[in-house]
Design a protein around this ligand. Structure first.
Ligand SMILES: NC(=O)c1ccc[n+]([C@@H]2O[C@H](COP(=O)([O-])OP(=O)(O)OC[C@H]3O[C@@H](n4cnc5c(N)ncnc54)[C@H](OP(=O)(O)O)[C@@H]3O)[C@@H](O)[C@H]2O)c1
Length: 241
């Protein structure tokens, strides 16, 4: 049985990853900030207790990442797949109205920092901590769930400063990790899930979490080390940086 760890797995795309991975006979470590409130995850656990464990992890808190690593390493020998899915979009709060600030308002530093902490640094914290377990897998894969909004080449509109910049930073971190972890055979990808109907994507989004995750798992199943450092879309097409 392969093992996978998913961050932000209590709702949206993360929850769907857990559902589909357990159906594919993975053993899944489903992590989230508040397991006690994760009712959908708990239902999945009741249906499939041998394929799932639920653990508390806040990806922005190094101590929380350390705690879960220490707990997991006594339970599993290796990790085949790490899905850095947790993310926030706090763009509604990124500028404050202030007199004499035209067009955008005054940037709200705390919103930018929080977004970077979760979206950019979180995946780096989790990945670096789990290298000892990843390197023991035959074909370890790290998937950083990014966004097309982080593609500088595709950016032909304004707005969404904190979110877009945090995902562009995550894209760079993905590229750097792909170089540094290649000698350990670890494949590192940036993957855009599409515009998906979740709390973040909203009800107007064209893609269901089921189809998005199905596409991403199809991609994950066929990539090799040759693909490391690539920015993919959920359907397997390549996105320019
Ligand atoms: N939906 C889209 O259209 C879309 C498009 C492009 C990219 N994405 C990316 O896809 C990923 C999943 O998004 P989604 O649409 O499923 O969003 P969502 O429904 O808002 O879910 C976000 C998940 O991230 C978790 N999370 C947030 N901060 C966290 C932290 N510090 N530590 C651990 N977990 C944390 C949330 O947990 P809580 O319940 O505790 O808040 C929740 O489980 C994100 O990285 C997002 O940027 C989504």
């Amino acid at each position: 049985m392969k093992t996978a760890l998913v961050t932000g797995s209590n709702r949206g795309i993360g929850l769907e990853f857990v559902r589909q991975l357990t159906n594919k006979e993975y053993f899944v470590i489903a992590t989230c900030r508040s397991p006690e409130q994760a009712t959908e995850l708990q239902k999945l656990f009741q249906k499939n207790p041998h394929h799932l464990t639920i653990m508390k992890m806040d990806v922005a808190d190094p101590q929380s990442v350390e705690n879960i690593y220490q707990e997991i390493k006594s339970q599993i020998e290796l990790l085949d797949l790490l899905i850095n899915n947790a993310g926030v979009n706090l763009t509604r709060h990124e500028f404050e109205r202030q007199p004499d600030y035209e067009v955008l308002g005054k940037p709200h530093t705390a919103t930018f920092l929080k977004t970077f902490e979760i979206n950019s640094i979180g995946p780096l914290l989790v990945t670096t901590r789990f290298i000892p377990l990843l390197k023991k897998s035959q074909q370890p894969i790290v998937v950083n769930i990014t966004s097309q909004m982080g593609s500088i080449e595709r950016k032909n509109y304004g707005g969404y400063y904190s979110y877009s910049a945090s995902k562009a930073a995550l894209n760079m971190i993905t590229k750097l990790l792909s170089h540094d972890l290649r000698r350990l055979n670890i494949t590192v990808l940036a993957v855009h899930p599409g515009w998906v109907r979740t709390d973040m994507g909203g009800t107007a989004a064209p893609l269901s979490p089921q189809d998005s995750v199905k596409g991403m798992l199809r991609l994950i199943e066929k990539v090799t080390l040759r693909d490391t450092g690539t920015f993919f879309s959920w359907d397997g097409s390549v996105i320019p940086w």
